[in-house]
Write a protein of this length. Structure first.
Length: 245
């Protein structure tokens, strides 16, 4: 973890390239996703087992049919940060800035890169791949009571906390900055309007995100007249939340 400079995941050979190579980063990321999926499902198995053991919801379960279809809810936070970071590495030049121990603590970006939320297939396909890739890793792991794993791309407020705990990222996001909520584009990066933004979200493969995904809209993004973000007493207000399911 770069903020506290402690080892969180398994130790692997560091990426020492002056400019990050997309294929090398993806190979390393895929390895860590394997590890993370195991930690995730193991933790959920423990949680559900202990919940049944010490706080079984008998009154609620009595309302179910005899044969209960059990699911295990998993989720992704920071999808747009990950997609934009990989897009920057692939389509621009990203140079890691390392400390005295070789740990990447910041990134210098040269050039422009396609950003999620603008109906650009180059980066939207990366977001779709991340959703599919992680769900496939989760789905092969054993679950408590043979529950069927599902995946949501949904946060309400946890994206703020996750951002606080995450350092600088290759997309240019600064340390401590909140992630975008749910499946939203990163703040201010959807520049082509609500339709393009929602089109990017609509491409996410529902087959691998059946838990639902979350999109937060502002009324100015939906075309409200005479309203501008930041205008005095006319700040954008939430117009709605979309939960495809």
């Amino acid at each position: 973890m770069e903020k506290l400079k402690i080892q969180v995941g398994p130790k692997t050979a560091p990426l020492t390239d002056e400019v990050l190579d997309y294929d090398a980063v993806m190979e390393s990321l895929d390895h860590f996703m394997d590890w993370l999926a195991v930690q995730y499902i193991s933790a959920l198995n423990i949680i559900h087992y202990m919940h049944d053991k010490y706080s079984y919801e008998a009154s609620l379960m009595a309302l179910h049919d005899r044969d209960v279809y059990r699911t295990m809810a998993c989720g992704i936070a920071g999808l747009s940060v990950a997609a934009d970071s990989l897009s920057a590495i692939r389509y621009a030049q990203v140079k890691p800035i390392r400390d005295e121990n070789g740990l990447a603590i910041d990134f210098a970006i040269e050039g422009e890169y396609p950003q999620y939320g603008n109906n650009d297939e180059r980066v939207d396909s990366i977001a779709c791949d991340l959703v599919k890739r992680f769900m496939q890793k989760i789905s092969v792991l054993p679950t408590y009571r043979n529950a069927v794993p599902t995946q949501s791309i949904l946060t309400i407020t946890s994206n703020v906390v996750y951002g606080q705990k995450t350092g600088n990222t290759p997309d240019g996001r600064r340390a401590g900055t909140p992630f975008a909520p749910g499946a939203n584009p990163m703040h201010g990066r959807d520049r082509k309007g609500a339709v393009a933004s929602l089109t990017s979200v609509a491409k996410l493969p529902f087959t691998y995100a059946k838990g639902r995904y979350f999109v937060h809209l502002l009324d100015c993004a939906c075309g409200a007249r005479e309203r501008r973000c930041g205008a005095e007493n006319q700040s954008c207000r939430p117009a709605g939340r979309l939960f495809p399911s």
